[in-house]
Ligand binder design. Sequence first.
Ligand code: GTP
Ligand code: MG
Length: 243
Amino acid sequence: MEPFSACVIIPVFNHSNHIEATVRCITELNLPCILVNDGSNQNCSSVLENLTRSFNIHLLTHEKNQGKGAAIFTALEFAKQQHYTHALQIDADGQHNLNDINRFLDAARQNPLALINGVPQYDDSVPKSRLYGRKISTFWVRINTLSTDIIDVLCGFRVYPVDQTLLVIHENSIGRRMEFDLEIIVYLYRASIRIINLETKVIYPADGSSNFDMWQDNVRISKAHTKHFFLMLGELLKRIFNR
Ligand SMILES: Nc1nc2c(ncn2[C@@H]2O[C@H](COP(=O)(O)OP(=O)(O)OP(=O)(O)O)[C@@H](O)[C@H]2O)c(=O)[nH]1
Ligand SMILES: [Mg+2]
């Protein structure tokens, strides 16, 4: 069996308030850390540059903003070049529970071919609109996979098996913005990758900011659900006619 070698990947777009604490924690855990500056503004870019002086991290840069999915793709390609077998994805905005990093990596170590998927446990800080949006997404994913195997599709805290994930990205047309999180997990499921759901606390820090565009990102997410609905329908019909 291939040896297990994990890194942490962080897509960053204009999130500078919590990134230092996140990077500090990851490096204290002795984990390699790959940041992708996805065309951030001057202030955030300077904060990220400064981090490379204080910590032993990799900083990759998109000159122009390309989207969260594009940033994760860049990070995964780099992780593969560096021979990491697994990549733990975490957001830059301080929403995720750093104390869960080792628990998620342990699960990946024990199940190296699976995707370890974060299932958010919110406190009262969560905006209601985001909570309802998630419920709708979960409903559609259950229909589109004809299963209840995926408990949440939008959580940015998860561990990818690098080779399997890149293969699925190369073989399919996957959105490069916020719809990436949901599309990649559905495509991995369709490629028979086991999904292991683990609960993790997610908060909305008082000084946090979201780049989630309630209109455009929700339209992208709805389009992705519609696409996967028809893919599911096509496969269902194929199965019925091939009987
Ligand atoms: N929205 C957005 N985020 C990006 C982009 N590129 C990288 N990111 C990073 O992706 C992560 C998630 O972004 P957020 O704006 O917090 O979106 P979210 O966590 O899904 O939404 P909230 O639940 O409202 O916080 C953060 O680490 C961002 O810095 C991009 O083009 N757009
Ligand atoms: Mg966020």
